[in-house]
Design a protein around this ligand. Structure first.
Ligand code: C2O
Ligand code: CU
Length: 489
């Protein structure tokens, strides 16, 4: 009897011990995953020096260093001066539907901004009623760091009743967009964005087409379904396509031969004619397609003809043909040319390995994205010094594609899956990295500050696929969380 109860007790103890053996590490993982309510981006993770000099991550940890708040745009009289008022409420889309979301100056997309190369651009964001606060980030425009619009990294989120002025010089002609970088996974989806085009010295005839899905319905410039833009036959036009959604969209011009003349605000060299092929436009990415308007019109398809923009003479009914199954491949499109620096003499070499595993993210159990095997907030902080030539290999073994976006810089693609780029220099700020793919990119660290480097499938960024490129000697006075409730993702 006594023997039996002793055995039972021993079994109980063994079970308890086993439970503890399982639970204690779990509790540890849970506890170490907690992100404080208020922290600096500089305290995140660990410094990855990429083989360069191990510098002052101490400065990185907020002690000393130049404040990114001082990296402002130039003073002077602006050439473009716009005020953009953000509101929470009903959006009336161009095609008439009314949905809940956010507007900028009463619409979504917000005002289509325009500047010319050399202009000093000034945009004042007024937050009238976005209760979570808002910012404006200039996606693809390599602005000075303090103008980058990332809540908790380069500024505090703009509260209701407050305003914030952005100033930058328009340096690189091209197609860009802007969006809130406060609670961006919700605010961008719900309408807080617009397009911005920087014209070259000789502006060209163009049509801007922002693709966005509102409430599961895909639109072009706020038109759900099919819309049209009248343009005389024979006109040479540049169609500037912007993907403001979270996933890649297959686009293309049906009914005409076209050329891919620019990607992410950078001209391609020697673009050749494309007949019928499509183009995979990453989330956050832009592409400029040039064509001559045919008599029967041509059609920009955004993921199938169901969402499309007919460009042609008034009354034209558009082409009957669609696109072929092929896609333009930028790795070999256009003509090779100089890139202006030597990636083989890189000062820093980084790995950005994307994976996925079970764990805790801020105390929540789940399957989370990893960077170099680590979960947020223990991810690498890529450290560079001004003037460094930087190489980065982005490898994706996560089971899903990720449109990777580095703020403040354009990188050139060196290779994909080990195959060197043989076409035009392919400069990008938003690069689709498919599952099982790897890209080598390179850039010159020529824009000091602290820059986000994240997936532009914005819920993925919120789920941990987010880190920073930080210049040694710079620090941020802003904090994630805190009483400004900064929440960039
Ligand atoms: Cu378009 Cu970090 O964003
Ligand atoms: Cu992603």
């Amino acid at each position: 009897m006594a023997e039996a109860s002793r055995r039972k007790r021993r079994r109980g103890l063994v079970a308890l011990g086993m439970a503890l053996a399982v639970l204690a590490p779990l509790a540890y993982l849970w506890a170490t995953s907690l992100v404080p309510d208020d922290y600096s981006a500089m305290e995140m993770g660990y410094a990855d020096n990429g083989g360069g000099p191990a510098h002052d991550h101490a400065a990185g940890h907020g002690v000393g260093g130049v404040s990114v708040a001082d990296l402002r745009g130039p003073a002077g009289k602006p050439d473009v001066d716009v005020t953009v008022t953000a509101r929470k409420g009903k959006i009336t889309l161009a095609s008439g539907q009314v949905i809940d979301g956010f507007t900028l100056n009463g619409t979504s997309p917000g005002p289509a901004l325009r500047a010319r190369v050399g202009d000093l651009v000034q945009v004042t964001l007024v937050n009238e009623s976005v209760t979570e606060g808002a910012t404006l980030h200039w996606h693809g425009i390599d602005v000075p760091n303090a103008e980058d619009g990332v809540a908790g990294v380069t500024q505090d989120s703009v509260a209701v009743g407050k305003r914030h002025t952005y100033r930058f010089r328009a340096v690189d002609a091209g197609t860009y967009w802007y969006h809130s970088h406060q609670v961006s996974s919700e605010q961008v989806r719900d309408g807080l964005f617009g397009t911005i085009v920087i014209d070259g010295a000789q502006p060209v005839r163009d049509v801007v087409a922002a693709i966005h899905t509102y409430d599961e319905r895909r639109s072009i410039n706020g038109h759900i379904g099919q819309s049209r833009h009248d343009l005389a036959a024979g006109t040479t036009v540049r169609v500037r396509v912007v993907n403001t959604d979270n996933a890649v969209i297959r686009i293309g011009l049906a009914g005409t031969t076209y050329r891919v003349v620019a990607v992410d605000g950078r001209e391609l060299r020697g673009p050749s004619d494309v007949k019928g092929a499509g183009y995979l436009l990453p989330a956050g990415g832009r592409v400029d397609l040039e064509a001559v308007v045919p008599a029967e019109g041509m059609r920009l398809d955004a993921g199938g003809a169901a969402t499309s923009l007919l460009i042609g003479p008034s009354g034209s009914s558009g082409p009957v043909v669609g696109m072929s199954a092929e896609n333009v491949d930028l790795l070999s499109y256009g003509k090779a040319g100089p890139i202006g620096f030597k990636p083989d003499e890189a000062d820093r070499r980084f790995e950005y390995r994307i994976g996925r595993r079970a764990g805790f993210l801020d105390g929540k159990p789940g399957l989370w994205w990893t960077i170099n095997g680590k979960l947020m907030p223990d991810v690498p902080m890529y450290m560079v010094s001004e003037g460094d030539v930087v190489r980065m290999r982005i490898t994706n073994k996560s089971g899903q594609a990720h449109p990777m976006h580095l703020h403040g810089h354009h990188a050139v693609v060196l290779s994909r899956n080990g195959v060197p780029s043989s076409g035009s220099p392919w400069w990008t700020d938003t690069l689709e990295v498919g599952d099982d793919e790897s890209y080598e990119i390179a850039f010159v660290a020529d824009n000091p500050g602290i820059w986000m480097d994240h997936c532009h499938n914005l819920p993925h960024a919120k789920q941990g696929l987010m880190t920073h490129l930080a210049y040694t000697g710079f620090t941020t006075p802003y904090r994630i969380g805190g009483h400004h409730h900064n929440e960039p993702e």
